[in-house]
Ligand binder design. Sequence first.
Ligand SMILES: Nc1ncnc2c1ncn2[C@@H]1O[C@H](COP(=O)(O)OP(=O)(O)OP(=O)(O)O)[C@@H](O)[C@H]1O
Length: 256
Amino acid sequence: MIEVNNLEKSFDDVQVLKGISTTFEEGKTSLIIGSSGAGKTVFFKCLLGLFEPTGGEIIYDGDNSANDTKESKQERRKNIGTVFQYSALLDFLTVEENVMFPLEMFSDLSRSEMMDRAHEVLKRVNLKEESFKQYPAEISGGMQKRVAIARAVVTRPKYLFCDEPNSGLDPATATVIDNLIQDLTKEYNITTVINSHDMNSVIEIGEKIIFLSKGLKAWEGTNQEILHTEQEDVFNFVYNSDLMKKVREALIREGK
Ligand SMILES: Nc1ncnc2c1ncn2[C@@H]1O[C@H](COP(=O)(O)OP(=O)(O)OP(=O)(O)O)[C@@H](O)[C@H]1O
């Protein structure tokens, strides 16, 4: 579980995060959403340890970032898996080498143990064996995303951070990737946080949604609750596309 207490982040004298408090639970997929410039990425980077908060604290299962030393940050890093926008695979390494890479960095396993572990996870994300020795440029965007997810969970991290995991994917593949992230989150009991723009993801997998506005947490709740919100800024954000307007009409029609 990650507990965030009154988190603040300023750049020079501009305060971007203005005191955010929330919790992210293990085995759950939580989404950070909000309009452009709301502070989602800054919040996400603070959680990842890429930005130093200027106030407040982040507690990772009792391990408080406010007491950080270089060593404690490095130790925490081993428990974090990340899936970046556009997968960010290393194009000079094969699929299996990409997945073995974090094990080489963070484990004492032998090469054959690393290979076994990488293959096990690649199979779990439904990659076929014939792809294991291919290079990222030789496989589709959806497959690259599966490899990125395999690489993120191969160390069995406690925390998984995904930055716009669906960008560049067609809607059907995006749904498959969302469900894969949610399934792995439950299976491995990971605390998963996703920075997302995608309303489809919000509805599919948003077990907890944090809506940021102007550096503040303006709303939090579940995917079911957000569909019925009457809070104006959240409502406008959720129902601003034609697709979501149709969802709204269907909800009203069905009396939900
Ligand atoms: N490294 C930085 N230095 C100074 N200001 C920054 C820095 N990173 C972000 N900001 C500012 O923080 C504010 C929030 O930015 P952030 O990238 O978190 O927004 P966002 O909600 O992720 O938006 P988007 O959906 O467009 O990615 C913006 O005004 C931005 O200019």
